[in-house]
Every structure is written in C-alpha cells, then in structure tokens.
Design a protein around this ligand. Structure first.
Ligand SMILES: Nc1ncnc2c1ncn2[C@@H]1O[C@H](COP(=O)(O)OP(=O)(O)OP(=O)(O)O)[C@@H](O)[C@H]1O
Length: 251
C-alpha cells in the first residue's frame, strides 16, 4: 500500500535539460468491445536527461506495455511518444529499428547474449549494425567491457561466465553506442541478492556519469536505489515520486 503523506512530489526539473522520454496522452489498447484491455490509459510523463527512474506496479498494471513503447518496440493506439525530443509515434519499423539501435541501450532479465560469440563480439554487435569500422568496434567494445569490470573476460563465451558477469557484458553492449538512455527490464530478476547489489551499483555509477537510466522492476531493494519511481495501476500512473530512502514505508 502506498501512503501518500510519505511521498515526495517530483520537483520542477530545470527546463534546460533534454526531455529523453515524453509520453503525451498515450493509450495502448488490446482487443475490442467485451475483450478491450486498456493496457495504457491516457498516460503522460517526462523523463529528463540524467534521471534514474524505476517503473513499478502490480502484475498486469501496464509496466511492460509502457517499457515496450518507450523502447520503440511497440506502437501506441493513440497519443504521442517523443524520444529525445523527436516524435517517433508514426515511424515505420525500419526507421524505428535505427532509432532503437542508436538511441537506446537495452538490458534484459535473461541477458540475451549470443551464445556462440565471445563477450567482445557480443559487445561489438550493435556497432556492426551502426556501420562502425571493425577496428573502432573492437576498441570501443574493449573500453565498454573495461568500464563494467569485464576487461579480463573479453574472449569468454556466455556459458563460461556467471549470471552477474553475463549481465555486465549485456550492460557493456547496451552502453557501447553511447545511447541517450539505458532501458532495463527486470535486470536483476535472474540474479542472487549479492550479484543484484553489484549490478545495481553499476547502474548507479553509469547514472552518476550522466547516463539516463529507466528500469522496470518488481523489487523494492532495486527501486530504492533509483531517484524516482513511476507507479502504475490499471494502465494509469497512480504515483510519480522521488524514491524515499526506505521504501518499506510506501510499498
Ligand atoms: N498482447 C496482448 N494482448 C492482449 N492483452 C495484453 C497484451 N499484452 C498485455 N496485455 C494486457 O495488458 C495489461 C497490461 O499488461 P503488461 O504486460 O503491460 O503488465 P505488467 O505490469 O508488465 O505485468 P507483469 O508484471 O505481469 O509483466 C494486462 O491486462 C495484460 O493482460
């Protein structure tokens, strides 16, 4: 249960910061008539450059639908989505794919690394799609892996690494194209509590360096490390507030 008197409203953030995510009256409906599901029902919010934001809510509340729209993986039924101040709502799939690759770094619960490739090759992949020269791909992938403390595992394949190490490689892959935003879907869902803490510390460090981070999570321990929580219920934003240091009071 959320206790409203413990919730700190979001203060006005400086107008000069770029709006990385802007949803304007977004609806996403599935089915029709008797089977109509309003997965997102007139949702509007802004996430600015440098924010560290968690999306939370009960099962079925609309988190994944919201994540898919923010990640340009799905389209809206109505309303507009501006990514990095560009309206991507009506874009064709091939343009969306380009936007996704250049602007968003994805991190998933199950890492989604290609098993036949080494850590280095996995991290080089998004740059191959972006037509970066092979020599530069290797340099940038090595630097990204070093940044996540995986510089000693460049030639290991996923099955030679622990879950936490695989997630670090996935994070290196997500940051290697210098995206405007890291979008993480339950990034610690497959990790034990110790490894979760390490991965969350890494997200914090990346955010400290200026990267905008948005993550869907069920875990209060994870969300309390973010700066802001957008809380969904029945396809609408029920609350949008600064993360209190002790979330046990509000969840
Ligand atoms: N492809 C689909 N077809 C029909 N209904 C869908 C589809 N995807 C989602 N829904 C419905 O939309 C609503 C929101 O679903 P969504 O997956 O966004 O919730 P969620 O908060 O991510 O849930 P969970 O935490 O269980 O993943 C739910 O009622 C769900 O059943």
């Amino acid at each position: 249960m959320l206790t409203n008197d413990l919730i700190t409203p979001i203060p006005e953030i400086s107008e000069s910061r770029r709006k990385i995510v802007r949803l304007h009256e977004v609806c996403k409906y599935y089915g029709q008539d008797d089977t109509l599901v309003k997965a997102l029902d007139n949702v509007s919010f802004v996430i600015k450059q440098g924010e560290y934001c968690a999306i939370m809510g009960a099962s079925g509340s609309g988190k994944s639908t919201c994540m898919n729209i923010i990640g340009c993986l799905d389209s809206t039924t109505s309303g507009h989505y501006f990514l990095d101040e560009e309206d991507v709502s009506g874009m064709e799939e091939k343009d969306l794919a380009k936007v996704r690759n250049l602007k968003i770094g994805f991190v998933f619960q199950q890492y989604h690394l290609l098993p036949q490739l080494s850590a280095l090759e996995n991290v080089m992949l998004p740059m191959a799609y972006a037509n970066v020269r092979p020599k530069e791909q290797k340099e940038r992938a090595t630097a990204a892996l070093e940044r996540v403390a995986m510089g000693h595992r460049l030639n290991n394949r996923p099955n030679q690494m622990s879950g936490g190490q695989q997630q670090r490689v996935a994070i290196a892959r997500a940051i290697v194209n210098n995206p405007v935003m890291l979008l993480a879907d339950e990034p610690t869902g497959a990790l034990d509590s110790h490894t979760t803490a390490e991965v969350i510390e890494l997200f914090g460090e990346l955010n400290d360096s200026g990267i905008t981070v948005v993550m869907v999570t069920h875990e209060a321990d994870v969300a309390r490390n973010t700066q802001r929580i957008i809380w969904f219920r029945d396809g609408q934003i029920m609350n949008d507030y600064l993360s209190p240091s002790d979330l046990n009071h509000v969840i």
